[in-house]
Design a protein around this ligand. Structure first.
Ligand code: HEM
Length: 145
């Protein structure tokens, strides 16, 4: 169970990040070039939202079955915080990524309430980019690449 989830979480991350980059860049271009917000833009943003939320769900289950989780009882809160790697896996990566996906989901909901195309692009562009920057800041790059 653990290794299957870890593999899925690891490969899904490529897809989720790629789609989020495409959706954010597409929205930033749309925002600055005053284009109409068409079905392609809606689909790209929706795929970004769905892929990010699926990654979040896989991550939530992985968290509790991963050997990292046992470090809570082995080390205790103080030592988990002191060690950079356990802090990354048990606190920084999960919590930063949950905040990132909340931002992405907020961008999606806010764009739906806008009537002007430029505002739709700006809500997606700004919130997806912020979310992406947070995600990229707390990926365990050494273990992944
Ligand atoms: C879009 C959001 C996320 C992305 C892009 C992402 C990406 C990654 C990547 C690339 C790895 C390294 C995989 C490897 O070692 O091959 C990883 C590990 C991990 N992630 Fe995430 N993650 C996300 C969200 C989450 C969330 C929300 C949680 C938990 C609540 C989580 C829990 C974990 C855990 C526990 C590991 C370590 C697995 C292990 O080595 O045992 N992730 N994540």
């Amino acid at each position: 169970m653990y290794s299957v989830l870890k593999t899925i979480h690891s490969y899904w991350a490529y897809l989720a990040l790629l789609i989020l980059v495409i959706a954010a860049v597409n929205a930033l271009i749309g925002m600055s070039s005053k284009k109409a917000f068409v079905a392609k833009d809606l689909r790209l943003s929706l795929f970004g939202l769905i892929f990010a939320n699926i990654q979040l769900l896989i991550g939530l289950v992985l968290y509790f079955v991963s050997p990292w989780f046992e470090q809570w009882s082995t080390l205790g809160m103080g030592d988990v915080m002191k060690d950079a790697q356990t802090r990354l896996y048990l606190l920084e990566h999960p919590f930063t990524n949950i905040i990132a996906i909340v931002l992405i989901t907020m961008g999606w909901s806010m764009h739906k309430r806008q009537t002007q195309d430029a505002k739709k692009f700006s809500r997606i562009g700004i919130f997806y980019t912020l979310g992406l920057l947070l995600l990229l800041s707390r990926i365990p790059w050494d273990a992944w690449l």
